[in-house]
Design a protein around this ligand. Sequence first.
Ligand code: ZN
Length: 88
Amino acid sequence: MPDCQSEDAGATLTGMSTKLIERGARIRRTKWVELSCLLCGEAAATLEGSTLRPRTPTSVRVNGARVVCGRCGGSLSPADQGERVHFV
Ligand SMILES: [Zn+2]
């Protein structure tokens, strides 16, 4: 049956990528995203993994559940992004 065959192929692919992750366990990758203000263009913070690192202590402000620009209160939008590799 074609359905069974495609499921088998999927299981094999999953097994292979798990092995690749195990082999690369000595490297930790952290995605970072630079957040800049939509209104004034201030580069306010960098989101590293799940950690928000403000550029300066006053560059971001928490407005309810949202993080906004500390200078003008504008929305932050992702600008530059990349990946940092740590050797552990
Ligand atoms: Zn701003």
